[in-house]
Design a protein around this ligand. Structure first.
Ligand code: FAD
Ligand code: NAD
Length: 475
């Protein structure tokens, strides 16, 4: 990368951490000719998470919702370096990030190549764009890390599919009324947020619409159970849409167990406490063949250790604290966005995407401001210096705060039905549920997909499913 701009000003080093909604939306809109840009992420692709719940059932292929970082970087006007690594330490005093590449074990023909020594380096930054997202919150519940799958990454979706198929195939060896067969044929999702609801809906569709063609009557034997600690699922949606979701689940035969708090998990059972209407509680055991934990977000270790290094972040328990320009409180050159931050906005793709676009625009303006200040430092003519000073003030005034524009929320609830809670600013909202909303949901999601390639692949996956059904082979 060239270190100087055309006007002779030095390019600043921008290091971006992450390749998710925040980081990629930022990169996509950044004028990369103005900075030396390095993007670091252990995941060498962007994942379109809104369609991830469709992946375990092959309604959408996992490759269809993954866009390689390098392909995205190539679409920007300048040069971008991508490093496949995870940041392990940020030093906000010396402006450095330590990064480690860990994936050195692979199979080469017959041989298994294993390089145990991590390969690592330290990067200097002038600006750090911190967008590492969040991890799954297990609330320290015993057994979840060992026995449950998550639905956060593409490989999680593949693991869920494999576990589901293994359980189904194993159950075929057992007598019809055996408890073990019933257990294996029970798919349990814990957490009734949108992730849990959409996954339960997709799995039930799959069983009813496709699996039953290959294994007759399987829909009568298989059970999909959704466990939620609160009285309702989808608590961020209006009551009317919550009721609609319950009705669809009821008709579909998804077993909804609300007021049920998971306490412990072992290889075969979920142990929970059910809160009754009279205030008493009862312990229950829910046997499972496949278990998915969708309990929400928690801060990553890297984020916690960064917060611990900055006095102004000492109270940042649920995410990093940022100002109106997304600059980290207590740091002059670190900007944070997306699920790793704690703001008044929910941790959604919609928020991270708008923040990324905003921050790129902010940085494009910052680059111009930096150029004006550089030119001013070279100028000797007092009149020109004054002119430049006025332009600098105007440029500074153009750096506006981030304002989130909520466009609403949508979720798939099964049987080709979706719910949508749409809003136009603060003055109008519309709550919709049904088959038409499902088509709207699909159209809206295709328009949200960042790359043309992925848009085409997702639409062709849907056409394939409509023509031939979902893929029922076990990979
Ligand atoms: P992420 O998109 O999670 O990206 C984080 C990135 O950081 C990843 O690339 C990761 O590999 C990388 N990273 C992690 N650790 C490190 C490290 N140490 N160093 C460098 N990089 C690191 N939101 C909606 O608005 N609508 C939806 O329909 C919707 N559906 C969803 C469905 C599912 C199944 C899930 C799990 C989430 C969904 N969300 C949805 C939420 C949305 O995906 C998140 O809010 C969004 O991804 C947050 O973006 P982010 O950039 O902060 O984090
Ligand atoms: P979430 O935080 O929205 O929901 C987690 C659920 O798990 C909560 O309802 C919580 O009460 C429940 N839970 C926690 N501990 C429990 C326990 N011990 N026993 C039983 N239930 C327990 O998490 P999510 O669904 O993964 O969503 C994360 C973020 O991503 C949210 O901001 C969400 O809006 C967003 N998202 C949006 C969509 C969409 O818009 N369609 C889809 C997926 C995720």
């Amino acid at each position: 990368q060239s270190t100087l701009k055309e006007n002779g000003n030095k390019k600043k080093n921008v290091v971006i951490l992450g390749s998710g909604w925040g980081a990629i939306s930022y990169l996509h809109s950044l004028d990369t000719t103005q900075y030396n840009v390095t993007i670091v992420s252990p995941r060498n692709y962007f994942l379109f998470t809104p369609l991830l719940p469709s992946v375990p059932t092959s309604t959408v292929g996992s490759q269809s919702i993954c866009d390689p970082v390098r392909a995205i970087a190539r679409q920007t006007p300048g040069e971008v370096t991508y490093l496949e690594a995870a940041a392990t330490d940020v030093d906000p005093v010396n402006n450095t990030v330590h990064v480690v590449h860990k994936n050195m074990s692979f199979t080469l023909g017959e041989a298994f190549v294993n390089n145990d020594e991590p390969i690592e380096t330290t990067l200097n930054y002038d600006y750090l764009i911190y967008a590492v997202g969040a991890k799954v919150n297990t609330f320290g519940i015993p057994g979840i890390p060992e026995y449950a799958s998550y639905l956060k990454e593409a490989h999680d979706a593949t693991a869920v599919r494999q576990k589901l198929f293994n359980a189904i195939e194993a159950s075929r060896l057992l007598p019809k009324d055996s408890d073990e067969r019933k257990r294996l044929l029970t798919f349990v999702v814990c957490g009734g947020g949108p992730t849990g609801v959409e996954l339960a809906a997709e799995v039930k569709d799959y069983i009813d619409q496709d699996l039953h063609k290959f294994i007759p009557d399987i829909e009568k034997e298989m059970k999909v159970v959704l466990v939620e600690a609160l009285p309702n699922v989808l608590n961020m949606f209006p009551q009317k849409l919550i009721e609609y979701t319950k009705e669809v689940f009821n008709n579909q035969g998804v077993e909804l167990r609300t007021n049920t708090m998971v306490k412990k998990v072992d290889p075969k059972n979920v142990y929970a406490s059910v809160k009754r209407a009279d205030g008493t509680s009862e312990d229950v055991v829910i046997p499972y063949g496949t278990l998915v934990w969708a309990g929400g977000n928690a801060q990553r270790q890297l984020t916690r250790s960064l917060a611990d290094k900055i006095t102004e972040q000492k109270t940042a328990r649920r995410g990093l604290l940022v100002d109106e320009n997304l600059k980290l409180d207590g740091a002059s050159n670190i900007y944070a966005l997306g699920d790793c931050t704690f703001t008044t906005n929910a941790p959604t793709a919609q928020v991270a995407h708008q923040q990324g676009e905003y921050l790129a625009d902010y940085f494009n303006k910052l680059a111009k401001l930096d150029d004006l200040e550089y030119l001013s430092s070279l100028e000797v003519n007092p009149e020109s210096v004054q002119k430049l000073a006025r332009r600098i003030e105007r440029q500074k005034a153009s750096l506006k705060p981030f304002v989130y524009k909520h466009q609403g929320a949508m979720a798939y609830v099964g049987s080709e039905r979706a719910i949508a809670d749409l809003s136009w600013g603060s003055w109008s909202t519309l709550a919709l549920g049904g088959s038409l909303t499902f088509f709207f949901w699909r159209t809206a999601y295709v328009s949200m997909i960042l790359g043309v390639r992925s848009k085409i692949l997702v639409v062709s996956d849907w056409i394939k499913v409509a023509l031939f059904g979902r893929d029922c082979s076990k990979d």
